[in-house]
Design a protein around this ligand. Structure first.
Ligand code: LLP
Length: 425
């Protein structure tokens, strides 16, 4: 699962103790394990090898340049959703021809930048965007490689805010309209409309919604081919689960075992856009306890991380396993689970310093006793953690550290008060 483990009564990331990292780099601190990132990528590559797919690492899940470089070294292609992400991928050495560019609202500037860079595919979300893409490409004397994002109307059974595959969401065009879009645009100058794109939501912790959406997508490809359109590729999106609790999601091999046979022999280049499944368990957020307090019938651990470092609990009510880095009485967690209740445990809310009641990292958890100065680890924070951080309450963003065996290095320095005001001066 990952290389964050308790040994000798304390948390380690690979060969380094979490306490030593906090001591050296301060808190709050994002810590990533290189070995975990590489291991997750390899598991995906092995699971899907029979299709020889493009594994487009979803930059939005964790966009640090050093992590993008590592993904490129592993052999990844990239999935970006903005000019900024494209810039990051290219700066990390990505081959632009192996970048796919998604998003419902690409600006003209972003489209021009992507055409100039020569990116692999635009994942196009509407007729209006397709029209605009064709016009801009013609004006630049280019032909834009395009995949039409199709909304398969499949329920991924995940949080409503991260559901994208249902008809009522803003993403893609419905299956009927998709055919009309090919008829209207596939022969337009400036466009090479030759693929479809599906992405139903995130995280999708079961395989069945993928089977449904890909089956519908392949039916569409058949129909389009019967109508004479040359469909060469299918992008099946991302959303594969991670382990916020132990064994919460299918393995890469389990997703592939059900999905790959559908695609094998379809005569299509296959693309995937995994993010979380690579990065989530590869990162943690270390935080130090500032105060403990009792109020009403609650005990609060007030820590130095908050919703500004990790907004997922506030935004989606999402669960992150939390545990002291050096638990009292050596009570290391036997597994990561919402159900643990060690002997002598206290029921706590883990909250930050930000002035909002939504500022919590965990609620109603049984933890070994924690006192002022103790370090607590928030697990499975590598995806949609730092990337969604903010400076709200004028809090400088935390540092990011990449651990490789016994070695740890800063991959993003902690922001300073000067950084807070730099763009305003
Ligand atoms: N492809 C497309 C078109 C996407 O929209 C996404 C995620 C991905 C791929 C990658 O999904 P992944 O494999 O990482 O699950 N902030 C939310 C998640 C938002 C996901 C947005 N799209 C969270 O913290 O759970």
């Amino acid at each position: 699962m990952d290389f964050f483990e308790y040994r000798g009564g304390e948390l380690h990331c690979e060969g380094v103790t979490a306490a030593a990292l906090a001591q050296r780099f301060g808190t709050p601190l994002y810590v990533y394990s290189k070995r975990t990132l590489v291991d997750h990528y390899r598991r995906l590559a092995e699971a899907w090898a029979a299709l020889d797919p493009w594994l487009c690492f979803s930059v939005k899940s964790c966009s640090n340049l050093h992590i993008l470089r590592l993904m490129r070294e592993c052999g990844a292609a990239f999935d970006v959703v903005s000019g900024g992400e494209m810039r990051r991928a290219i700066e990390a050495g990505a081959d632009p021809r192996r970048i796919v560019f998604a998003g419902v609202g690409k600006t003209d500037d972003e489209i021009r930048e992507a055409l100039s860079a020569g990116i692999g595919y635009f994942n196009v979300e509407s007729e209006a965007e397709m029209d605009n893409l064709g016009t801009i490409a013609v004006s630049m004397n280019r032909r834009a490689p395009a995949a039409l994002r199709v909304n398969p109307d499949v329920d991924p059974k995940t949080h409503v805010y991260t559901t994208t595959g249902k008809r009522e969401t803003k993403f893609g065009v419905d299956l009927e309209r998709a055919k009309r879009v090919f008829h209207a645009f596939a022969r337009r100058p400036g466009l090479d409309l030759s693929a479809i794109h599906l992405h139903i939501g995130s995280p999708v912790n079961t395989v069945e919604p993928y089977v449904q959406s890909i089956t519908k997508g392949l039916d569409l490809v058949d129909a389009l081919r019967r109508d004479g359109f040359g469909v060469r590729a299918i992008n099946i999106g991302g959303g594969y689960g991670a382990h916020y609790e132990d064994d919460q999601a299918p393995t890469a091999a389990q997703y592939a075992a059900h999905v790959a046979p559908l695609l094998k022999g379809a005569g299509l280049t296959v693309m995937l856009e995994p993010g979380r499944t690579i990065t989530a368990n590869a990162g943690v957020l270390l935080t130090r306890t500032l105060y403990t307090k009792h109020s009403g019938d609650r005990q609060f651990l007030i820590v130095d991380a908050s919703m500004t470092e990790l907004i997922r609990p506030a935004l989606y009510g999402s669960f992150h396993f939390v545990w002291p880095v050096r638990p009292a009485r050596g009570q290391t967690p036997p597994r990561r689970s919402a159900q643990l209740k060690p002997e002598g445990a206290v029921l706590v809310d883990l909250v930050g310093p930000v002035c909002e009641s939504s500022d919590f990292l965990a609620k109603e958890r049984w933890l070994p006793p924690v006192t002022r100065g103790d370090l607590v680890c928030v697990f499975t924070a590598g995806a949609y953690g730092f990337v969604m951080s903010s400076q709200y309450n004028s809090r400088p963003r935390p540092a990011e550290v990449l651990v490789d065996g016994d070695d740890a290095r800063i991959i993003r320095r902690r922001e300073t008060y000067d950084d807070l005001v730099a763009a305003e001066r």
